[in-house]
Design a protein around this ligand. Structure first.
Ligand code: SF4
Length: 381
């Protein structure tokens, strides 16, 4: 009897929030750098490149599942579409197909190449994989990947153009900060000037560019410089997307040790918003979309086009600051405990009552709101 839960292809551990409905193809394993103090994801794991033949075998396995799922849908009278009923049934009967079934169900047509730095693989290999992927799996509309600035910086525009021609559309880059002393402290392995050159090269080659910033990364010591220098770097790059996520320090990350030693003092949530406001204020009216699409962000509704919506986003931060202290605390608790999604939810009486009840329970147990939130945050990673 075959084991239906046995993986038919490899999948890496993470993807950006915007790739939640993408199909994941693992090109490399882990991170070739793996030294950033704030990053727990691949610690203890060794980087390795996968052979092209191995990646192609994964793509073949996925293409085969696509055909089988479509055939199953036709047999059930759904004309090749993956409805919720078909997806649920296949999830039970063929659990190892799930990533492909989910991809067909969501219909995003997007593919994300894993893991942390796919462009570290030889360009010829990448082109071969990209072309094979498009040939074997129909309906792909977008292919994206993570790329380190340092790796992009080392690639020529001509090399990056070859990838674009083979089908790569977008790179997600961990800029994290534009402040060199902070990049050095966090052991990011790249300088701000290299971030700028890497970003400009990617754009020149025709790639869409998504730059990630970590709010709170400067801690109490460098928060202001972090915001100002990051805005300066982003203003020079003018990427297509600026995506923020908030620093979370889980006990298994190297930065946690620095917190214990006292060399890094994290910013309180309100100060992180102050930092975010400064970043937004200093960003020019760029032709970029600002996204807060990570659960770690307190105000996830802070989204918009910088040229059009920057003032609205700053006003939204101010509307949080203008709340009375107990309402701020209620919002933070409700947001982190999963009751509230946005500031507007404070107007939802039923939700607010539930959060107030949680607050009373914490008080009875002698727990502070801040302590409770600190314990919850690592789950957002
Ligand atoms: S380069 Fe990216 S994946 Fe690698 S350690 Fe740094 S943050 Fe983590």
């Amino acid at each position: 009897m075959t084991d239906k839960t046995k993986a038919l292809f490899e999948q890496g551990p993470i993807r950006p929030p915007s790739e939640a409905t993408s199909l994941f193809i693992r090109l490399t394993r882990n991170c070739p750098w793996n030294r950033c103090l704030f990053c727990p994801v691949y610690k203890g794991e060794r980087f390795s490149r996968r052979e092209v033949a191995e990646i192609k075998a994964d793509i073949d396995a996925m293409a085969d599942i696509v055909d089988r799922v479509r055939a199953f849908s036709w047999r059930r009278g759904s004309g090749g579409q993956v409805t919720l009923e078909i997806a649920s049934r296949l999830q039970r009967e063929e659990p190892a197909w799930l990533p492909v079934v989910a991809w067909l169900y969501y219909g995003s047509g997007a593919v994300f190449l894993q893991d942390a730095d796919s462009l570290a693989a030889p360009v010829d290999d990448l082109v071969e994989v990209l072309e094979y992927l498009r040939r074997r799996i129909p309906g792909i509309r977008r292919i994206t990947t993570y790329a380190r600035s340092r790796t992009l910086f080392r690639r020529s525009v001509a090399e990056l153009r070859r990838l674009v021609e083979a089908g790569l559309n977008r790179v997600h880059v961990g800029l994290e900060s534009g402040w060199d002393p902070l990049l050095e402290y966090m052991q990011k392995g790249v300088r701000s000037e290299q971030h700028v050159e890497a970003g400009l090269k990617a754009k020149e080659a025709g790639l869409e560019l998504s730059e990630y910033v970590i709010l709170g990364l400067g801690g109490r010591k460098m928060w202001r410089e972090h915001a100002l220098a990051t805005a300066r770097v982003l203003n020079r790059i003018n990427p297509h997307f600026i995506r923020v996520r908030t620093l979370i320090i889980p006990p298994f990350s190297p930065l946690f040790e620095e917190v214990k030693r006292g060399s890094f003092v994290p910013l309180e949530e309100d100060r992180v918003l102050e930092e975010e406001k400064l970043l937004l204020t200093e960003l020019k009216a760029l032709d970029a979309v600002f996204c807060s699409d990570h659960h770690s962000n307190l105000l996830q509704e802070l989204q918009g086009h910088l040229a059009r919506d920057r003032e609205r986003m700053i006003d939204l931060i101010d509307s949080y600051f203008n709340l009375p202290a107990e309402q701020k605390s209620l919002f933070r608790l409700g947001r982190r405990a999963g009751y509230f999604r946005s500031l507007d939810d404070l107007n939802n009486a039923a939700l607010s009552v539930s959060v107030e009840r949680l607050g009373r329970r914490l008080a009875e147990e002698g727990l502070s709101v801040d302590g409770y939130i600190q314990n919850l945050l690592p789950r957002y990673l």
